[in-house]
Design a protein around this ligand. Structure first.
Ligand SMILES: [Zn+2]
Length: 194
């Protein structure tokens, strides 16, 4: 019973997030938007981040170099493995100790994993900020600014709340705010930001 209540609550919250996002961005969500609302399905539905491929600039190269120098992908994978191990333990405990059916256990895992996913995104965001800071230090303000402007043209403009729930990358607005102490964005991609 509690499981059903929590799943209904999840659907309701996700619907509210989608409505808020459609209002803010003035963009239609389409099929992906519907899929994000359905429990379990939303664990695998992809989130497109860009409308087009951003140009490969020196800043992007240095950003990637920063990821490599700071061992980000290894750390990220370690966190993923740790989560996976906890998930397997959780499923086993649910089925063996608490006699839950496998499907029930999977649904519980889905719910329990939501805050962990949020934490994982936060962790990834910090890595992105670190890689940005690395590139900024190597190339300076002007290169960072033009790279952010290029990226903003291609980026699908998600709000901060939406991005923090669904994206592993911070938005251009947040990245430029961190690096340049001001928001860089193209006017077309951020209709509601001043
Ligand atoms: Zn990155």
């Amino acid at each position: 019973m509690l499981l059903i209540v929590l799943l209904c609550l999840e659907v309701a919250v996700r619907v509210m997030i989608e409505i808020r996002e459609r209002r803010l961005s003035q963009l239609r969500g389409g099929l992906l938007s519907v899929m994000r609302i359905i429990p379990l399905v939303n664990d695998i539905v992809p989130l497109p981040e860009n409308r087009c491929d951003p140009e490969n600039s020196l800043f992007v190269e240095k950003h990637e170099e920063g990821h490599a120098a700071l061992h980000h992908s290894i750390l990220r994978n370690l966190v993923k493995i740790a989560f996976l191990m906890v998930a397997v333990w959780f499923l086993a405990a649910m089925v063996i100790r608490w006699n839950a059916s496998f499907f029930e256990a999977v649904l519980w895992l889905h719910l329990v994993a939501i805050p962990f996913k949020y934490f994982f995104n936060w962790y990834c965001w910090n890595q992105e900020y670190e890689a940005d800071a690395y590139a900024f230090k190597k190339l300076g303000k002007q290169a960072a600014k033009s790279a952010m402007q290029q990226l903003a043209v291609c980026e699908i403009p998600y709000s901060k709340l939406f991005a923090s729930i669904y994206r592993e990358h911070p938005t251009v607005a947040l990245r430029s705010q961190r690096m340049l102490k001001k928001v860089v964005g193209s006017r077309t991609s951020h209709p509601r930001t001043k």
